[in-house]
Write a protein that binds this ligand. Structure first.
Ligand code: S3P
Length: 209
């Protein structure tokens, strides 16, 4: 029994390694770009996906803060949203030249047509789609997000869902982000990527658009 279980686990690990190798090869120098609303899990899932695929992880918001020498909150309050969006566009354009990598983007990035076009050219987009309840639960733990301070956070989030979900829906892959361990989401993203690269894009598969 014990031997059988151990054998099963090592076969599973081997399968995960082979899947990762296949995805890395298929990716070439493209990036896997995580998109979706605040609280969708782009950073936490992105880090784990990077570890799974043995690729570097980059957080676009962090890079914007480094480039500006200010936090996102400071950029919004001192210079306004338009200034932030301009910096965001330039930083993401630069980061997309550094693939292959896992790139987590801020919630508004994919909504910008120019950034979206750039992602199409240099990446595979993965939308982490979460419902209002999940997004509120996760974003209420911290208060560093300027957009959620512009009104009642739940109303703002609901509004953003209505406005942005039709745009996020253009992503190459859609994964339902929900209350399950991050590794489950990582498994689903990896399977969807494998299927996409296998050329089975039309086959019905969980998580594949
Ligand atoms: C924003 C999301 C934030 C950050 C900024 C604006 C948005 O990133 O880029 O506060 O427009 O949705 P996260 O989605 O990582 O919280």
């Amino acid at each position: 029994m014990r031997f059988g279980f151990k054998n099963f686990r090592s076969r599973k690990r081997q399968a995960i390694r082979e899947q990762a190798e296949f995805i890395r090869q298929s990716l070439g120098d493209k990036s896997i770009v995580l998109v979706g609303l605040m609280g969708a899990g782009k950073t936490s899932v992105g880090r784990r996906l990077a570890a799974r695929l043995n690729l570097p992880f980059t957080d676009a918001d962090k890079e914007i803060e480094i480039a500006a020498g200010q936090t996102i909150g400071e950029i919004f309050s001192e210079h306004g949203e338009a200034y932030f969006r301009d910096g965001e566009r330039r930083v993401i354009e630069r980061l997309l030249n550094n693939g292959p990598q896992i790139l987590a983007t801020g919630g508004g990035a994919y909504i910008n047509q120019e950034i979206r076009d750039n992602i199409i050219d240099h990446g595979i987009s993965v939308w982490l789609r979460a419902n209002l309840e999940t997004l509120m639960e996760r974003t209420s733990r911290r208060d560093h997000r300027p957009l959620l301070k512009t009104g009642d956070p739940k109303t703002v989030m609901q509004h953003l869902i209505e406005e942005r979900y039709p745009v996020y829906a253009e992503a190459d892959i859609t994964i339902k982000s929900r209350k399950v361990p991050h590794d489950v989401i990582v498994d689903e993203i990896a399977s969807a990527l494998k299927q996409k690269f296998d050329g089975n894009a039309d086959a019905p598969a969980q998580g594949l658009k």
